[in-house]
Ligand binder design. Structure first.
Ligand code: KIV
Length: 289
């Protein structure tokens, strides 16, 4: 069996020290099992769950309980990859004590090995508190979907000199605070490269170009399982929607044509029971005449 991926092993995977890190999201046991068997390093139970599985407009409404439910399912499907739970909006921004308690639930009840939080310098003190509670932290800067209302939409971040300076400071602050890895989302490739060079922890990009230490994509985006227009950075590796639609349509056609189920897809009584049953039914019919 392949060796389990650990937090120190991820932390050690800085560019040039091996293959780039591969992270993918998963939200249930079968998806997690498939991703794990495909050999990814990290499985993130992303709060993108809110949009791609639960049908919310954005990630803001999802709760700790909902995230925990799916984290447990993912945990049951994974043998090798590192499992990280995304802390949902308002579970860590309001109060640090409550944030540590929520994070501990993801580890203790959910079986996650680490948590991910969005935000840079302003999260430094929380990163310290989480590490004090033995909870490894993945950071996330750039286009942070939980800041949707502050950003005024899902916009590429870090395009002006001030914004670039802010972003680099945020990533460096997380790195120095002890985040073992940092997601860079929706930023120019050039800025992602600068950050990747500045920080010791590996960066994992999504819409941040190829110079990061690893890449992440959302499971449902890879498979064309969302109803949204894919972002520029998404590469679709398969059309699972077409596959599923075709399979369900064929099932419908077979039922309507009465070709499903076939005799070979049915259960049968043993021969003697069948014969005994026929005798009883014939007798009943005869008596009813
Ligand atoms: O929630 C999520 O899926 C994420 C990844 C896109 C990094 O945060």
């Amino acid at each position: 069996m392949a060796t389990q991926v650990t937090v120190p092993a991820v932390r050690a995977r800085k560019r040039g020290t091996g293959d780039p890190l591969v992270m993918v999201t998963a939200y249930d046991a079968p998806g997690a099992r498939i991703a794990d068997e495909a050999g990814v390093d990290i499985i993130l139970v992303g709060d993108s769950l809110a949009m791609v599985v639960l049908g919310y407009e954005n990630t803001l409404p999802i709760t700790v309980d909902e995230m925990l439910h799916h984290t447990r399912a993912v945990r049951r499907g994974v043998k090798r990859a590192l499992v990280i739970a995304d802390m949902p909006y308002a579970s860590y921004q309001v109060d640090e004590k409550q944030a540590v308690e929520n994070a501990a639930r993801f580890v203790k009840d959910g079986g996650a090995e680490a948590v991910k939080i969005e935000g840079g310098e302003k999260r430094v003190s929380l990163v310290h508190r989480l590490l004090d509670a033995e909870i490894p932290v993945m950071g996330h800067v750039g286009l942070t979907p939980q800041s949707l209302n502050v950003m005024g939409g899902y916009r590429v971040q870090g395009k002006t000199m001030n914004a670039i300076e802010r972003l680099v400071k945020d990533a460096v602050a997380l790195d120095r605070a002890g985040a073992f890895s940092i997601v860079l989302e929706g930023i120019p490739r050039e800025v992602a490269r600068i950050i990747t060079e500045e920080v010791e922890s590996p960066t994992i990009g999504i819409g941040a170009g190829p110079d990061c230490d690893g890449q992440v994509l959302v499971f449902h985006d890879i498979l064309n399982l969302t109803d949204r227009e894919p972002a520029k950075f998404v590469r679709q590796y398969a059309d699972a929607a077409a596959l599923i639609t075709g399979a369900v349509a064929q099932f419908k056609a077979d039922v309507e044509a009465k070709t499903f189920p076939a005799d070979s897809e049915s259960y049968h009584l043993p021969r003697e029971t069948q014969m005994a049953l026929e005798v009883i039914r014939a007798r009943k019919k005869a008596m009813a005449r």
